[in-house]
Design a protein. Structure first.
Lengths: 429, 967
């Protein structure tokens, strides 16, 4: 059994020995992306398991071990991890837990500490916790985000972005129900193989596979009929995770809507860009600025690859980060960087602009930045574009699904009325 | 063809039928008592009997509780707000705004000038359910509430956000003897405030206004209250109850065979897949064993009339009940009463005492003590010897059942009190402050709503097979969860058991925050009226995994403890000062309310006058109206801080007037910005310290009703500046605060950092002024002038970089000297306190918690206990950065961790943490501060603050802390 090693502050480290013996558990968020990414870790010698558990017990476990006034995503992700630890499915002497840590000014940076406190409370203080972050916080000898690993994760993320965007564009109109989901499965499996065989992450290969994916989606037989177009924005966890938003995507599909979820790439670019904005706003090291700018250029290049493939096969491309940023001008400042920051506002504006003026703004309990950039900006967005039909939905362990759905239905009723009117004016589209 | 519309609301079912000309030909309105499907089937059958044409009519369903049902029986569902709008367009053309209140929802529809619909979010404050709850609290039927309100003379401030808060506001008013007429009108005022603040969010309500829905139809005074607040006269149209159902009828597109529908509805029992817990008792035998075990926790009883020794009276004037006992010298229970408190405890206690004198005319009362919400008024009214804080009373009683008790939990009508005992003294106290979920009154309200008495209701759950899992948050949410469970096929038994489980879970996981029972110890005594309920008791044992003791007199423990306390604290020769039989005979009680006016708090005082001219004043936050003297402020750093800030007065300058909102981070940064801007040539005026009026003036522009109270107050400050004609306002965004080298980073919290953006986006008038809300970085003194200069120049061309540099230098220096002054004064307080052997409390929060409207005078309350107060920043400077169990990244919060470390080194110092309700960041800081203090064997005390102005709970906490320190 691996020896338990602590750093000078008493933090239990994830050692090289553990890398060999331990299984790393991490909570689910965006299923398409995460399913591709998890397999990359295996190639780098990690045993990882993505938790896909579901059900009300998870929130209950979270409430039991996490301060109840904490934001809802913390309660769920930590709840999901502890729930897994307690499930009996794993040897508790041979697992480690992984969480992402942003290092920003919102308390998402503290999840890792809340998880450790929860583990102590639940009697599992011998389980190491790994922080996945880009700020160099909390290093572990047995867990390193190397450049090769990072490049593959970036590639997997990019594929995920494309598949997410295309599947949402195709699924509502597919003639044979199930075609789209079957294609998602197919590509998740293929990409897993491609990436684990050491391919698919270089620039030229990326372009090739992005094209192939787009082509496959373009080949799905569809029938276009006017549908209500709904955008989803919000705190990143409840925006993507079905566990967090009571399966919002499925509900909207059942209501016969076309959904648009602005992707994770934009969020990544936003986080990188923040460091440049900090430099511009407050000053700092020019050299660091240039390093960050390089990273930004790299991501922008990836964004271009994605858009090229989308356009080539006749899909609606994702909105460029730089354009979203432009839209925010005069609405909210670029210094607003904690959590989803101004990007949340920007995504609402971007959605209105591209015809998804019906928007669900997901707002988890206790999420402070959302008070500013979500609910706080709705009035101004409507002032800027009166088509905006936005409903802010609160998510917390006690908020019943039926009330959330009822409010969304109100937003949809207004959307439907407009859609009917358009149909009348233009005949059938 | 006829069109049928059904509206399934949270408490009622409405059915209307329209003919082809949209004329209303049939209407029904009935309460469904949560028997939704049965009621719908019944209504439809009746409809068919009375309207033969109804078969094959078009039909649609609407209403908050109708969604699942509609799907199940193949009827189209129309969202209810949408239905209202359709109906209004048809029947009330030219309407501008509709205000509709329902059982659990509140809506505003703006029809003209950009259609918009607003519904209450996850908060049920200001709805019919809220009014029902308040009527129950006042013990009057709804109709009477209307009559009462009509005769009101004044309006009290009642927190409108949540029924729970309103209750905590109303209860003390009742206990202090405020008039029901005034309270009734104040309740309606609260509803109006909530609707306007929560829903209108900055949009003006004007033009032709229409009132719809049950509460507004049945309660004329509520409409009047809206009229008054909106300065207009709205109309409540004919059929105002039926707009949703008529809207549904208008939207109906599908015909349905009513036979089929009725058949579907009758068999509709939901999916049966609600989440559930294991049953409380699997068999009757288990239940019998349980009952037998608890029957053993008996008390020795004696006869009052024949007892001749010294007797002790204990009274517990609780929030919903009054308990009184007479105990003998050896603790034998001689007599007890347990009576509902319908608002005013004085007559109840009077009759209790009369009964004693009647039954035992020769009784020798040697001592008396009173505890509970009504402690002060009862102590004064009847000259009771001792007032004892509730926690101590309960501990005294529990010890008589289990001398080595380790943990006591008391669940009463609307409060939960629990405390750990270490070495015989109270060590850690948990009280529910901002939340009454998990209390007895909720169970009672719910039982009544379903048509049961609360005893009957809880008995139902004992043998339930699948107790519903209802989660553990707000009681209001539970309402909706219950509805959902019913739709999913849960039986009334399952729900009863589920509610009892929720009560326990709330207490354990929300109030005490326990993870496993070993933390609480094995020796547990449970008490309070709610534990008389076997289902709650069982749920508790089940959840904790240990057997506990419930004393036979579980509901009387506070009073019994008070009696024992009186016995222990009075000498054996003395006799009680409590009113004698004769004095009681001539007892009178008069109530008058006045405004204090002694200071800016402007407390609403209730003056009680008793028979012999004795007076008791309630509602005051300080001793001034009682002693006619200003409180001693020399030992109170909070008051000193306020005095210092007031020294920053405007000086005329070439650039004209500029306003600073005095809230959030601007509070502590006033010295910095005032100096900076004054040097640049502005005449700098800060808005005043907050008060209620200032808050209300800004509340209609608050976009998020769940943001913390200090943030909400900013709207009032901005409005104050606008109303006072400021054309320039300075309120910059700041991701970072000063780096005090106490943490890993030095952020502001997201709300503090970016609130100027919210102001910019939501206060319409701000567009007409020069509003400086750029991002600035004062944490980098070198870069700061260069970065802020161009931003300033955009608004004021006549500013140069050299001016800015110089001004910045002065600003940094002034800020330092301001902090230094506070530290020095704090040091003096500590020295003086040590000399006078006074205890020192570090009242730790954020700098802006010094605002009197935010802390509600808690600082003055503390000094009234003869204790010195300093703030966290006074002592944090003596600490260095230490490793913490959390990412220590916020400047203001780092100070608290440091202060906790510092306090731990001194016997005569303790820390009390102020926490804003709804502050997610404090979820982290409270756990960490507690961990630091407990590591050093210090008692952790937390006070949650919000709009709420009741200091009762705060008092209990502080008195218990001081009592524990005394032991």
């Amino acid at each position: 059994m691996a020896e338990l090693v602590y750093d000078k502050d008493g933090r239990l480290l994830f050692t090289k020995e553990m890398k060999k013996e331990y299984t790393i558990l991490f909570p689910m968020m965006a299923s398409i992306h995460f399913n591709i990414i998890k397999n990359i870790f295996a190639r780098f010698g990690y045993k990882v398991e993505l938790l896909e558990t579901d059900g009300p017990e998870i929130a209950q476990v979270g409430l039991k071990y996490v301060h109840n006034d904490t934001c809802y995503p913390a309660i769920l992700t930590i709840g999901q991890l502890i729930h897994a630890v307690q499930s009996g499915k794993y040897d508790v002497n041979k697992i480690a837990l992984l969480l992402t840590q942003t290092g920003g000014g919102c308390h998402a940076s503290n999840y890792i500490h809340m998880l450790r406190k929860a583990l102590v409370k639940a009697g599992y203080d011998k389980i190491p916790v790994i922080s996945l972050n880009m700020s160099g916080m909390e290093k572990n000898p047995g867990f390193k985000i190397s450049i090769p690993l990072l490049r593959r994760i970036a590639a997997a993320g990019l594929y995920g972005e494309l598949i997410l965007s295309l599947s949402n564009q195709v699924r509502p109109y597919e003639v044979n129900k199930g075609d789209t989901d079957a294609l998602i499965d197919k590509w998740t499996k293929r990409l897993t193989i491609i990436l684990s065989e050491g391919h698919g992450f270089k620039r030229t290969e990326l372009a090739k596979y992005l094209d192939r994916i787009a082509e496959d989606f373009a080949n799905i037989e569809i029938k276009r009929v006017p549908k209500i177009k709904v955008g989803v924005v919000g705190e990143i966890y409840v925006k993507y995770a079905a566990l967090g938003n009571n399966n919002l995507e499925r509900f909207l599909r059942e209501q016969d809507c076309e959904i648009n979820l602005p992707g994770i790439l934009g969020f990544a670019m936003f986080k990188v860009d923040n460091r440049m904005e900090d430099y511009k706003l407050y000053g700092g090291s020019r050299a660091k600025y240039l390093v960050v700018k390089k990273l930004m250029d790299f991501l922008t290049d990836y964004e271009t690859l994605l858009i090229n493939s989308q356009e080539k096969f006749g899909f609606r491309p994702i909105t460029r980060y730089s354009h979203t940023k432009e839209l925010v001008k005069g609405v909210v400042g670029y210094g607003s960087k904690m959590g989803e920051g101004w990007l949340l506002t920007g995504e609402m504006l971007e959605l209105v602009e591209c015809g998804f003026e019906n928007i669900v703004c997901t707002q988890p309990f206790g999420c402070l930045p959302n008070h500013i950039n979500g609910k706080g900006m709705i009035r101004k967005i409507k002032e800027k574009d009166e088509r905006a039909n936005i409903v802010a939905i609160d998510y917390d362990p006690g908020a019943p699904r039926v009330n959330q759905e009822n409010r969304i239905k109100l937003m949809l009723a207004v959307a439907k009325e407009r859609l009917d009117k358009e149909k009348e004016e233009f005949g059938t589209v | 063809m006829l069109k049928i519309g059904l509206d399934i609301g949270s408490t009622t079912v409405k059915c209307t039928v329209l003919d082809e000309n949209n004329k209303l030909v049939y209407k029904v309105y009935e309460r469904h008592y949560s028997q939704i499907t049965e009621k719908i089937a019944e209504l439809l059958r009746k409809l068919r009997r009375e309207l033969p044409d109804a078969d094959n009519a078009l039909i649609a369903m609407s209403g908050s509780a109708g969604m699942g049902v509609a799907d199940a029986c193949g009827i189209d569902f129309i969202q209810e707000v949408y239905a209202t709008r359709v109906a209004a367009n048809t029947f009330l053309p030219n309407t501008d705004v509709i205000i509709e209140l329902g059982g659990e929802d509140a809506k505003i529809l703006f029809l003209s000038g950009g259609m918009e619909v607003r519904m209450n979010g996850s908060c049920a404050g200001g709805t019919g359910a809220f009014i029902d709850q308040m009527a129950t609290l006042l013990n009057v039927p709804i109709e009477e509430l209307d009559g009462l309100a009509e005769k009101h003379e004044k309006i009290y401030t009642i927190a409108s956000r949540c029924g729970v808060f309103a209750k905590t506001d109303i209860q003390p008013l009742l206990n202090q003897g405020a008039k029901k007429t005034d309270i009734a009108a104040s309740i309606f005022g609260a509803v109006v405030n909530q609707t306007i603040a929560g829903l209108a969010q900055g949009r003006e309500i004007k033009g032709k206004i229409v009132y719809l829905g049950g509460p507004l139809t049945f309660i004329p005074q509520l409409r009047k209250s809206f009229d008054k607040s909106l300065k207009t006269e709205g109309v409540c149209p004919e059929n105002s109850l039926y707009y949703v159902s008529m809207g549904a009828a208008l939207c109906a597109e599908k015909t349905a065979d009513l036979d089929e529908v009725i058949k579907h509805i009758s068999v509709y029992r939901g999916s049966g897949n609600f989440a559930f817990n294991k049953p409380l008792f699997k068999t009757q035998a288990e239940l019998d064993e349980f009952r037998e075990r608890h029957a053993r926790a008996k008390i020795k009883r004696g006869d009052l009339a024949s007892y001749t020794g010294r007797a002790y009276i204990g009274i517990d004037a609780g929030s919903t009940t009054v308990k009184g006992v007479v105990a003998a010298k050896d603790g034998t229970l001689l007599y007890s009463e347990y009576l509902p408190n319908s608002g005013n405890p004085v007559p109840i206690v009077k009759s209790f005492l009369e009964h004693i004198y009647e039954k035992a005319p020769k009784i020798r009362i040697a001592g008396s003590a009173v505890t509970g919400y009504g402690e002060e008024i009862i102590k004064n009214a009847f000259s009771v010897d001792i007032g004892v804080v509730e926690t101590i009373a309960h501990l005294t009683a529990a010890k008589s059942f289990m001398p080595d008790v380790e943990f006591i939990i008391d669940i009463g009508g609307q409060d939960i009190k629990c405390f750990k005992i270490r070495g015989g003294a109270i060590d850690n106290i948990f009280l529910n402050e901002a939340c009454s979920s998990g209390c007895g009154s909720f169970l009672q309200t719910f039982a009544n709503a379903l048509g049961y008495s609360s005893e009957e209701f809880s008995r139902l759950g004992l043998l339930a097979k699948q107790p519903v899992d209802l989660g553990s948050r707000c009681t209001v949410f539970m309402n909706s969860s219950v509805k959902q469970a019913q739709k999913d096929g849960a039986t009334i038994e399952d729900i009863s058991a589920g509610l009892c489980l929720s009560v326990v879970k709330n207490a354990l996981y929300k109030v005490i925050r326990v993870a496993n029972p070993s933390e609480l110890g094995k020796r547990i005594v449970v008490q309070g009226g709610t534990f008389l309920n076997d289902a709650v008791l069982r749920a508790f044992e089940q959840e904790m995994g240990v057997n506990v003791i419930r004393p036979e007199i579980s509901g009387l423990m506070g009073a019994y403890g008070a009696a024992l306390y009186a016995r222990d604290k009075t000498s054996s020769k003395s006799s009680s000062s409590i009113l004698s039989k004769e004095q009681l005979g001539s007892f009178t009680h008069e109530i008058r309310s006045i405004n204090c006016g002694g200071c800016s708090n402007n407390c609403r005082l209730t003056v009680n006058t008793f028979s012999d001219g004795r007076k008791f004043i309630a509602g005051n936050r300080c001793e001034k109206p009682v002693t006619k003297k200003s409180p001693d402020e020399s030992m109170n750093i909070y008051q000193y801080k306020l005095r210092l800030l007031q020294e920053y007065t405007p000086k005329p300058g070439r650039l004209g007037r500029i306003g600073i909102p005095l809230g959030l981070n601007m509070f502590e940064l006033l010295p910095f910005w005032h100096t900076f801007l004054t040097r640049l040539g502005f005449e700098v005026v800060a808005s005043p310290f907050s008060n209620r009026k200032l808050y209300l003036n800004g509340q209609q522009t608050i976009p998020s009703d769940t943001v913390c109270f200090p943030a909400k107050l900013i709207h009032g400050h901005i409005q104050w500046l606008l109303d006072n004609g400021f054309t320039s306002i300075f309120y910059p965004c700041m991701s970072y605060n000063f780096d005090e080298h106490l943490g890993d980073n030095h952020y502001n919290c997201p709300v503090v950092a970016y609130y100027p953006e919210v102001i910019s986006a939501n206060v319409r008038e701000i567009e007409n002024v020069k509003f400086f809300h750029e991002f600035v970085g004062i944490h980098r003194p070198k870069d700061f002038p260069k970065k802020i200069c161009p931003e300033l120049q955009k608004l004021w061309h006549d500013i140069s970089l050299s001016d800015v540099k110089e001004a910045a230098k002065a600003a940094y220096a002034e800020y330092e000297s301001y902090l230094e002054k506070i530290r020095l004064y704090g040091k003096k307080i500590i020295e003086k306190a040590r000399k006078e052997k006074k205890h020192i409390l570090v009242l730790a929060g954020r700098p802006y918690h010094a605002d009197p409207e935010i802390n509600h005078g808690i600082d003055k309350l503390i000094t009234s206990f003869d204790v010195a107060i300093v703030s966290e920043d006074v002592v944090s400077v003596y600490e260095k950065k230490r490793s913490t169990g959390v990412l220590n990244q916020w400047t203001y919060h780092s100070r608290m961790y440091a202060a906790a470390e510092y306090v731990s080194g001194f016997k005569d110092m303790d820390l009390v943490q102020l926490v804003s309700f709804g502050c997610g960041v404090d979820a982290i800081t409270t756990d960490e501060v507690r961990a630091i203090l407990e590591r050093h064997n210090k008692i952790y005390t937390q006070i949650k603050i919000d709009e709420i102005t009741n200091l009762g709970a705060v008092k209990i906490r502080l008195r218990s802390l001081l009592a524990a320190l005394d032991e």
